[in-house]
Design a protein around this ligand. Structure first.
Ligand code: DC
Length: 226
């Protein structure tokens, strides 16, 4: 199997991360969760009481921000570290979810994280998911996917995910958070979420997880055979 870059973009909560993780596992590629990096940055700003809207705070925040990933052999997952501390669980909380879109609108934050993402994908053999992977981070990616699902389905999936982690949230609260993030992510001036013309759209509303994964694996085989 040729080592290629697979860029997966799409709305919040349509199964990008779990799909990307499984695709990477099946191909023996590295999975990189770019959203986790924005979440870690948001957590850092929250912890340090810094405003992403204040340019001095942004400068301070970025100076002291170090994000890394480490493979956990027990969970078999890449886990996110913020300044050397494992924050994998904390970055998935509603507290962070409510602030992350704002941090992700800041140009300087994006420039720093995009540079790190490009470095992580330099050797190829990666699956990266996010909002601007096919458009900004890897415009030359061999395979670009744009995943969608209706908001009801996404909210129900996210609620289950949170419950599994012991966090309760109402469907309405989750729906509102997803819709707000969709709106901010798609309308921001810095690298808005868009479907680039060469991306293949996958609507997961009526697909099972394995159907979703198999569709992508089929596309990978087509791309690598050409
Ligand atoms: O994929 P996620 O829900 O974990 O992403 C969290 C937030 O980070 C999301 O609201 C948008 C932002 N994000 C982004 O702006 N660009 C990316 N490449 C990935 C995520």
């Amino acid at each position: 199997m040729n080592k290629i870059v697979i860029a997966i973009d799409g709305y919040s909560g349509c199964g990008k991360s779990s799909t990307a993780k499984e695709v990477a596992k099946r191909l023996g590629f590295t999975y990189i969760d770019s959203g986790a990096m924005y979440r870690a940055a948001a957590l850092h700003f929250l912890n340090e009481n810094l405003s992403p809207l204040d340019s001095e705070d942004v400068f301070e925040g970025l100076k002291s921000l170090h994000i890394s990933f480490q493979f956990n052999p027990v969970s078999q997952l890449q886990e996110t570290y913020l300044n050397g501390v494992n924050v994998e669980k904390e970055i998935r909380s509603m507290r962070v979810a409510e602030r992350v879109s704002e941090v992700a609108t800041v140009k300087e934050v994006r420039t720093a994280l995009v540079a790190q993402q490009q470095e992580l994908g330099r050797k190829k053999g990666v699956v990266m998911d996010g909002r601007d992977i096919g458009s900004v981070v890897f415009p030359e990616a061999e395979l670009k996917l744009f995943m969608t699902a209706d908001v009801e389905t996404r909210a129900r999936r996210r609620q289950l995910e949170l419950l599994e982690k012991g966090e309760k949230a109402s469907l309405e609260e989750i729906k509102l958070n997803l819709e707000t993030r969709d709106q901010v992510d798609s309308s921001r001036s810095e690298s808005p979420l868009i479907k680039v013309p060469d991306a293949v759209e996958i609507d997961t509303s009526n697909l099972t997880f394995s159907q979703q994964v198999n569709q992508i694996i089929d596309l990978v085989h087509k791309v690598t055979l050409n």
